[in-house]
Design a protein around this ligand. Structure first.
Ligand SMILES: NC(=O)C1=CN([C@@H]2O[C@H](COP(=O)(O)OP(=O)(O)OC[C@H]3O[C@@H](n4cnc5c(N)ncnc54)[C@H](O)[C@@H]3O)[C@@H](O)[C@H]2O)C=CC1
Ligand SMILES: NCCC[C@@H](N)C(=O)NCCCC[C@H](N)C(=O)O
Length: 259
């Protein structure tokens, strides 16, 4: 399980602002606009309670504070509980939280206590990054390359298939690749016979997973993957429109999905 580090979250507001302006340039919508288009919802006065959780590897230094900054960036009222774990949950509800955000090492959830809706970060992240990629204003076809077909990549690939894109998929794990081929109709991508794409969605825990032959000039690379899927050298060489951010885009997708 690839866990965030405090280093990933340094200056989260700046990372979010930069990602938001790239999304706007690439799609014509800001991240809130993408969420409204995706879920048909928009925030009211929902109060978000963020509960730090100590299980497993424990608290990630600036994880809760980053979630607080992210929820407020997107216009929600939010607070981080003083107490942790069960006591934190109790404090959140007692202080009027309608949506709970909390994460252990395996599950990062949003739970709306009023309507009962619950969201998991992994599919919500895959879906919003896929949606952003699908809205690329300069796409040259309906072809899209999906690199990584795990807990984030597979839901993203499913979303792109549902939107009518021709999805080429690659994953070194044969089981994950075959699952996408058989259940989604994904076309297995052969790195030995590369083709160029103007839309690429990546979700892997590895760096530099995007081979140069698949890059077309000015293509969009929409990737929640950490570390980054492309080197700065390749990104500038092909003027790749990179949408990458460590926590906020996936989190706001969760929040809009439970409204
Ligand atoms: N930015 C954000 O908001 C979020 C980022 N993440 C990150 O997204 C990444 C993926 O997370 P999960 O899907 O949960 O992991 P996962 O382990 O379920 O799936 C990753 C997949 O990538 C595949 N893979 C590994 N190396 C590859 C390569 N060179 N080319 C193609 N596929 C390759 C693996 O075989 C696996 O199927 C992780 O780095 C995780 O930290 C996850 C959630 C939110
Ligand atoms: N990028 C969004 C996905 C995050 C996920 N890869 C992760 O690191 N999960 C562990 C979070 C642990 C948080 C900790 N329990 C705390 O509450 O500080």
């Amino acid at each position: 399980m690839a866990l965030l580090t405090p280093n990933d979250l340094i200056n989260i507001n700046k990372q979010l602002q930069e990602a938001d302006s790239t999304v706007q340039r690439v799609t014509g919508l800001d991240i809130k606009g993408i969420c409204k288009a995706l879920y048909g919802t928009f925030p009211g006065s929902e109060k978000v309670g963020i509960v730090p959780v100590t299980s497993g590897n424990g608290i990630i230094g600036n994880f809760s504070a980053s979630l607080n900054a992210i929820t407020q960036y997107f216009g929600f009222e939010s607070f981080v509980t003083d107490m942790l774990d069960v006591s934190g949950y109790y404090e959140a509800v007692r202080n009027g939280a309608e949506i709970i955000l909390m994460a252990d090492d395996y599950t990062f959830l949003a739970h709306n206590l009023k309507n009962g809706k619950m969201a998991n970060n992994q599919p919500c992240t895959g879906i919003i990054y896929a949606e952003i990629a699908s809205r690329y204003l300069k796409a040259d076809s309906k072809n899209v390359l999906v690199v990584g077909l795990g807990k984030v990549g597979f839901p993203g690939a499913a979303h792109l298939v549902q939107k009518g894109f021709r999805v080429y998929g690659y994953d070194p794990d044969e089981n994950f690749l075959q699952r996408a081929v058989s259940s989604l109709g994904v076309i297995p991508f052969n790195p030995e016979k590369p083709k160029k794409f103007s839309i690429i969605f990546e979700a892997t825990p590895c760096a530099n997973t995007i081979p140069e032959p698949v890059l077309s000039e000015n293509c969009v690379l929409s990737t929640p993957g950490i570390p980054c899927a492309i080197s700065e050298e390749l990104r500038t060489k092909y003027d790749v429109q990179l949408v990458a951010e460590p926590l906020g885009i996936g989190t706001v997708s969760m929040l809009y999905s439970v409204l």
